[in-house]
Design a protein around this ligand. Structure first.
Ligand SMILES: [Zn+2]
Length: 294
């Protein structure tokens, strides 16, 4: 957990609040609809209570973000997760929220990237300048974020994966629909840098720089009024590797669950055996099994 000395956004030295990287309401929803304990892939043997959080923002800046977060929850997150809607009209509050989410993640990743030399100097410079642009926008000092793009990809039911049998075996439905994650990636050879955040199947990809072979259709969220549909979205991108990375991380975590913990999980599910069909994860299990039979 990071404990910063001054607010990451406004720079004020004051008491900082514990900020979630992925909004609290996402973890609340995950818990509410879980068949058992939720688990953190970094430490799968201990049932998790909460998602990643850090002392990062002052009360004023938290308040600045929370209004936009409510907007996202009500107009997109809840209607989609509850399967009430697949088409969403939005205004500029969505763009602001997505910026705040990726900015939080990027800000903390930059601490790691600078300390541990994770990426090359060009990528690092680009990320540092994007962090600054997004911060100025979030503080209302500017009204755009230049060429940075936000894309939302809805991870619906997949019926077939072409040319990638590996992915089908990695249980994509359970992993994406029952998962939360956020981190920054750099494909330095292609010149594609971004932050990816999965919120139970709603995946935000913020692109700081886009290589020439990237194709994104039906995914971009505009800075203003627009609409987006969880339908006919197409991505041809190196970011596909990150989808596989998320799946593999989940698989490694699940393989490292101890026998004792696994016993508890099985016991818990046995007790719920007649009720299990009401949990959303049941559908995801079925979808993953169907995918593997192809
Ligand atoms: Zn602040």
């Amino acid at each position: 957990m990071y404990k910063l000395k001054k607010c990451a956004l406004c720079g004020e030295e004051t008491n900082l609040e514990l900020s979630h990287i992925v909004p609290k309401m996402v973890i609340r929803m995950l818990k509410k609809t879980a068949a058992g304990n939720i688990r953190n892939s970094e430490n799968p043997n201990i049932p998790a209570q909460d998602s990643e959080k850090h002392y990062m923002l002052c009360g004023n800046c938290e308040d600045l973000f929370s209004e936009k977060e409510k907007y996202f929850a009500n107009t997109l997150f809840h209607p989609y997760i509850k399967k009430k809607k697949i088409k969403f009209d939005y205004d500029s509050k969505l763009f602001y929220f997505l910026t705040s989410l990726s900015w939080r993640s990027l800000y903390l990743d930059l601490i790691d990237f600078t300390e541990n030399h994770v990426v090359g100097i060009d990528a690092l410079e680009c990320l540092i300048s994007c962090e600054k642009i997004m911060k100025d926008y979030l503080l209302n000092n500017r009204n755009n974020i230049e060429t940075i793009e936000h894309h939302l990809f809805f991870f619906d039911e997949i019926r077939e994966i072409r040319g990638n049998t590996e992915m089908a075996e990695l249980r994509p439905h359970v992993t994406f629909h029952r998962g939360i994650t956020s981190y920054t990636f750099c494909f330095e050879d292609d010149g594609t840098y971004g932050t990816i955040t999965n919120m139970m199947g709603i995946v935000l990809i913020t692109l700081y720089k886009k290589g020439s072979r990237e194709k994104w259709e039906g995914t971009e969220v505009l800075n203003g009024i627009g609409s987006i549909e969880a339908k006919d979205q197409k991505i041809i991108s190196v970011v596909g590797n990150e989808f596989i990375n998320i799946l593999k991380t989940a698989q490694v975590a699940s393989n490292s669950i101890s026998e004792k913990q696994m016993g508890k999980i099985v016991e818990n599910l046995k007790n719920k055996v007649d009720k299990i069909k009401v949990y959303p994860v049941f559908r995801d299990w079925q979808s993953d099994r169907k995918l593997n039979k192809k």
